[in-house]
Design a protein around this ligand. Structure first.
Ligand code: HEC
Ligand code: HEC
Length: 202
């Protein structure tokens, strides 16, 4: 009786031992693969956001940046409360609905402006970790949920980065590559958060 009980206990113990570690390993592998994919996708996102075509409108200060070297905008137009400039220096005075032909002319877009003073969405000077956190924080990203963040990949000002006007370099990857990486990263990060795993960005 005692012997059969002992055999029973040992076999139960052995079977849990056999079953548990592999399941746990599979889960770990999935989480690991997920976070490797997420980190790789964010590398592409980060280098695009930090390229001059994007960063020039996401400056640390209140004056936009210009050129491939991201110097301060000539004549120092200011952000203003709504991001559209102040007094006589409104962005739309010089930035038309479409690119002005020629070198060193203003790029154009009907919506050309900086993020507003109350939601500055700074990219300049941010580490990958800081920027990753900011992008998915509704208090800092203009209250964007996963759907709105994904849609933002096709925002007019984002697309303007790939139509920068004469003499300006393009972002480091194509718009299609950026969009793919952006969606992969957003989905993985926000799913992980939803599943209440640690939010270990990026
Ligand atoms: C003409 C200026 C301008 C340019 C150029 C520009 N942006 Fe923006 N960006 C804005 C403004 C204004 C907002 C705020 C509007 C909004 O939230 O819908 C914004 C918001 C964003 C946001 C949402 C902020 C957040 O924290 O989630 C992202 C992401 C973004 N831009 C990415 C880009 C990328 C990528 C590029 C380059 C390919 C780019 N932007 C180029 C002006 C610009
Ligand atoms: C007095 C005219 C004028 C005003 C006002 C003006 N800009 Fe510009 N902007 C220009 C010109 C000209 C260029 C191109 C400079 C060059 O390429 O050397 C330019 C370039 C830029 C660039 C660089 C684009 C790139 O891809 O590198 C950004 C960003 C920009 N302006 C944002 C703004 C914003 C935002 C405002 C309003 C707050 C504004 N500008 C107001 C004339 C103006």
């Amino acid at each position: 009786m005692l012997l059969s009980l002992m055999i029973f206990i040992i076999s139960v113990a052995a079977s849990t031992f056999r079953k548990n570690p592999p399941t746990k390993e599979i889960r770990l592998n999935l989480a690991e693969r997920d976070s490797i994919e997420s980190v790789k996708a964010f590398e592409t996102v980060y280098k695009t956001l930090m390229s001059p075509r994007c960063m020039n409108c996401h400056p640390a200060g209140d004056v936009p940046l210009q050129g491939d070297d991201s110097h301060l905008h000539a004549m120092g137009p200011k952000r203003g409360v709504d991001g559209k400039g102040v007094f006589a220096m409104k962005c739309a005075n010089c930035h038309q609905d479409t690119n002005t032909p020629g070198l060193h002319t203003p790029p154009g877009n009907p919506e050309w402006h900086l993020p507003p003073a109350a939601m500055r969405m700074v990219f300049q000077g941010k580490s990958p970790h800081e920027l990753a956190r900011q992008l998915v924080d509704k208090k800092q990203n203009g209250n964007k949920d996963m759907k709105k963040l994904i849609e933002h990949a096709d925002d007019g000002l984002v697309l303007a980065g790939w139509n920068p006007g004469e003499g300006r370099t393009l972002p480091p990857v194509s718009h299609a590559e950026f969009k793919k990486a952006w969606i992969t990263w957003i989905q993985k990060v926000l799913m992980r958060r939803k599943n209440s795993f640690n939010l270990n960005l990026p």
